[in-house]
Ligand binder design. Structure first.
Ligand SMILES: Nc1ncnc2c1ncn2[C@@H]1O[C@H](COP(=O)(O)OP(=O)(O)OP(=O)(O)O)[C@@H](O)[C@H]1O
Ligand SMILES: [Mg+2]
Length: 615
């Protein structure tokens, strides 16, 4: 067997080593399965049991030809008064051992496979949650998700079934060869000469089959992504009357997948014919030689019988090995990709020697000459020469056109990214010196897009304080003006919110997010358009809740509607990632600058800053 390449999609790309062919080739080495071994080693008892069962089952299988050898030589050879019963009782005993050992082997090898994959899934998941957001921008989340599901599914299938088959046949094949050698070195030697002649064409064709099966997999992936895209956009498809068109497009993709699969299957069929012909042809030739030896009396009838049986077992074992070889290679590829993912280091890490934030928290923030570009958009500075000090308890509003960098600023405060240059300090400490967990514990955020997780309303509100009690959760819901609709839900706080909170309206989602922030009770508050999805009445109510919440806390508020920022201690007008104006509402109006113009436009009926800026 050679270490052939299997066809697999390339490993997860780290930004620097994108599409590295050498890396892709390395992914197909059998040694990559070492990752699995590392996990399997944690279960020595099961490993030992599996190993013992393997050896016992293989030995029992090989004892069967030996039994027949005895039957033929001692039983048949003895003529009419031969007592063959003991041999057959012996054979039946061996069969019982074989059955039991096979079941035990199957159980423990499969158990190990499932256990290893379960552990791996948990580790990958835990690791993913520690990676920084930039990683998910440079690596498609869908691709990462497939690492977690598809690759581990390949591993699961391969480790639990193919590995069992491979191990059994490896044992059988090697043990069988040793047994054959003991029966007849000459015939075995002859077989070993013939085998390479068989293996060379098999490996060549195997390579072709694997290439085709890679293509086939890609095609199937095409089908899969097309379906999920269509289903996600089903309303658009129907609204634009594109069902027919999409069906045709889909049919084409499916046919392409079928075409590729057909070529693979044809190749495989031809390969099977050649393999069977070569293997059994070779066995027949070897036996011919053996039969001559029996006739000339050089070999007993029992030996040739045992040789035939054992040779069939060995051939079967190697045949099975070539069949699962592709699977095992697939597993090697999958485990290499999973390993790469596990090796990915988060760019945002807890410093080796983190500096503690002062206690009690003051809530002071300072931006010093901050420069920042998103790693996925390096050509455009999102924040540029940004200088700002925010005093404890101050309420600062950020206004500016869409894309000005307001939300980006919030990302930086939470240290989802590090500035390219300059620094951000909380209570005088550079964010890079602080444990990100400690930093984020001091910030409550209501993001621009409320994120609701699958689970109950209770789970979602108590997200930042899972230990909060019933009364606290209701108080937060009340303050966020969410209690009313929550009470009306069929099961109140225990109502499931559905995937992504799809069972809620936009405004309800936003109020849940506000309740979540209120419950977290942190010294620094980041509100990104917290009230944008609300109608005028609930906005007034939520605004009141937020006013209450902002008392005594440092609050950074992004708002398009100027009515909501009027009361801020200071208003920062941003454009192109920089500060263009600062001051109170009245001071900025008097300055007659950008803000004044914008206030005027809003007073005229352009309700949002955005439209004001773009007019
Ligand atoms: N994850 C990202 N990757 C790359 N570029 C981004 C990313 N997020 C935002 N940007 C870009 O950074 C710039 C600032 O975006 P930001 O979201 O901070 O704007 P904003 O002021 O919050 O706008 P809005 O008022 O529309 O919410 C924009 O040009 C935007 O396209
Ligand atoms: Mg924004």
């Amino acid at each position: 067997m050679t270490s052939e390449k299997t066809a697999e999609p390339p490993a997860v790309k780290s930004p620097e080593a994108a599409q590295d062919a050498a890396k892709a080739a390395a992914a197909r080495k059998l040694s990559n399965l070492g990752l699995l071994w590392g996990y399997a080693r944690r279960y020595p008892a099961q490993l030992t049991a599996a190993l013992i069962a393997l050896v016992v089952a293989a030995s029992a299988t090989l004892a069967i030809p030996q039994g027949f050898k005895l039957v033929v030589d001692r039983g048949f050879g003895a003529g009419a008064d031969a007592d063959i019963a003991p041999y057959f009782w012996g054979l039946l005993g061996i069969v019982l051992v074989l059955g039991a050992a096979t079941a035990v082997r199957f159980y423990f090898v499969s158990w190990l496979g499932e256990r290893v994959v379960a552990d791996l899934r948990r580790d990958v998941q835990a690791h993913l949650l520690r990676l920084d957001p930039a990683f998910f921008e440079t690596n498609r989340p869908s691709e990462i998700a497939s690492r977690l599901t598809a690759d581990t599914a390949i591993l699961e299938q391969v480790v639990a079934t193919s590995a069992s088959v491979a191990l059994r046949n490896l044992f059988m094949g090697l043990g069988g060869l040793v047994y054959l050698l003991s029966l007849s070195p000459k015939l075995t030697g002859l077989m070993l000469v013939v085998i390479p002649l068989v293996i060379v064409p098999i490996t060549y064709m195997g390579k072709r089959v694997r290439l085709l099966s890679q293509k086939s997999q890609d095609r199937v992936a095409d089908v899969g992504s097309l379906v999920s895209e269509l289903l996600r956009g089903i309303k658009v498809v129907q609204a634009f009357g594109a069902e027919q068109r999409e069906t045709l497009r889909f049919a084409e993709t499916v046919e392409m997948a079928f075409g590729t699969a057909k070529r693979r299957v044809r190749m495989r069929a031809i390969m099977t014919a050649i393999v069977i012909t070569l293997v059994f042809g070779a066995i027949t030739l070897v036996l011919w030689e053996g039969a001559n030896d029996v006739i000339s009396g050089e070999m007993s009838g029992g030996t040739i019988t045992a040789f035939v049986l054992a040779a069939a077992l060995v051939a079967g074992a190697f045949g099975a090995l070539t069949e699962v070889y592709g699977d095992v290679m697939r597993a090697a590829g999958a485990s290499a990709r999973v390993r790469d993912l596990l090796a990915e280091q988060p760019a945002i890490q807890k410093p080796a020697d983190p500096e503690a934030l002062p206690l009690p928290a003051e809530g002071r923030l300072a931006f010093e000459k901050v420069e920042f570009r998103y790693p996925s958009r390096p050509e455009l500075p999102a924040i540029h020469g940004f200088d700002l000090s925010i005093a404890p308890g101050e309420r600062v509003a950020f206004v500016g056109p869409s894309g000005a960098g307001k939300s980006t600023l919030f990302q930086l405060v939470q240290r989802f990214y590090d500035p390219e240059s300059g620094c951000i300090r909380m209570d005088g400490v550079d964010l890079r010196q602080v444990d990100p967990a400690e930093l984020r514990a001091r910030i409550a955020v209501v993001p621009q897009e409320a994120v609701i997780f699958m689970g109950t309303a209770r789970y979602n509100i108590a997200y930042g304080r899972p230990d909060a009690n019933e009364a606290e959760i209701w108080a937060a819901a009340e303050a966020a003006n969410a209690a009313g609709f929550l009470r009306a839900l069929p099961e109140g706080l225990d109502t499931e919110m559905g995937e992504g909170g799809t069972q809620l309206s936009g405004g309800q989602r936003q109020r849940l997010a506000i309740a979540r922030a209120i419950l977290k009770d942190a010294p620094i508050l980041l509100l990104d358009e917290a009230t944008s999805a609300l109608d005028a009445e609930s906005e007034a109510a939520v605004q009141e809740a937020l006013e209450h919440l902002m008392q005594g806390r440092t609050s950074l508020v992004i708002a398009h509607r100027l009515s909501t920022v009027k009361d801020a201690d200071r208003i920062i007008v941003m454009d192109g990632g920089s500060v263009v104006e600062t001051g109170t509402h009245n001071a900025l109006l008097e300055r007659k600058g950008l803000y004044a113009r914008l206030a005027e436009l809003q007073a005229m009926g352009f309700s949002e800053v955005d439209s004001a800026f773009s007019h």
